[in-house]
Design a protein around this ligand. Structure first.
Ligand code: ADP
Length: 162
């Protein structure tokens, strides 16, 4: 049984993330999505909110589980008996950081490998940051993320405007 973890901020999840999760679910027996609970990054959504959004959006994929974690990804992988860390690659701009991260994790945990999934072309431009910016300026984000994300963003912006 090959277990993979897919760590990230997911603040909040986009179609790009969901595409990686779904494709990883075909290649691995179990995919555990790790929502990084890192207050230093000052996310728009709490870890609990990000977990709930992802749970709703992956409810139809039986071998996908959503958890939050703090600290190092390699420890999260070990705690979940995962041998693989999945990350997504959109463009060369992602590459340098991702390579450095993968190599660091390899030094820390030689028994765990990082596997990169290249983005589907239709989501190559998409990031949570860009999506939030569009939403903040009142733009339509319905082509960027599934309904649970859209609802959560709408509620969060309404709260912020009060
Ligand atoms: P982090 O802060 O860890 O980069 P993100 O939530 O931004 O967290 O991204 C988590 C992972 O998903 C990263 O590996 C990132 O490259 C990947 N990712 C984000 N957006 C996309 C996308 N549109 N297509 C493919 N992978 C993506």
């Amino acid at each position: 049984m090959v277990i993979a973890v897919y760590p990230g901020s997911f603040d909040p999840a986009t179609f790009g993330h969901l595409d990686v999760i779904r494709r990883a679910s075909y290649s691995f027996d179990k995919v555990i999505v790790g929502v990084l609970n890192n207050s230093a990054k000052s996310p728009l959504f709490s870890a609990e909110e990000r977990v709930n959004i992802l749970r709703e959006e992956t409810a139809d994929i039986p071998n996908v589980y959503i958890k939050s974690f703090t600290g190092m990804t390699v420890n999260f992988a070990r705690e979940n008996h995962a041998k693989v860390i999945v990350r997504g690659l959109r463009a060369v701009t992602d590459f340098e950081y991702e390579l450095q991260m993968a190599q660091t994790n390899r030094v820390l945990a030689p028994d765990i490998d990082t596997v990169f999934m290249t983005t589907s072309l239709e989501y190559a431009y998409l990031s949570s940051t860009i999506m939030k910016e569009v939403a903040l300026f009142g733009g339509d984000i319905s082509r960027f993320a599934p309904p649970a994300t859209l609802r959560a963003v709408k509620e969060k912006l309404a709260c912020k405007q009060k």
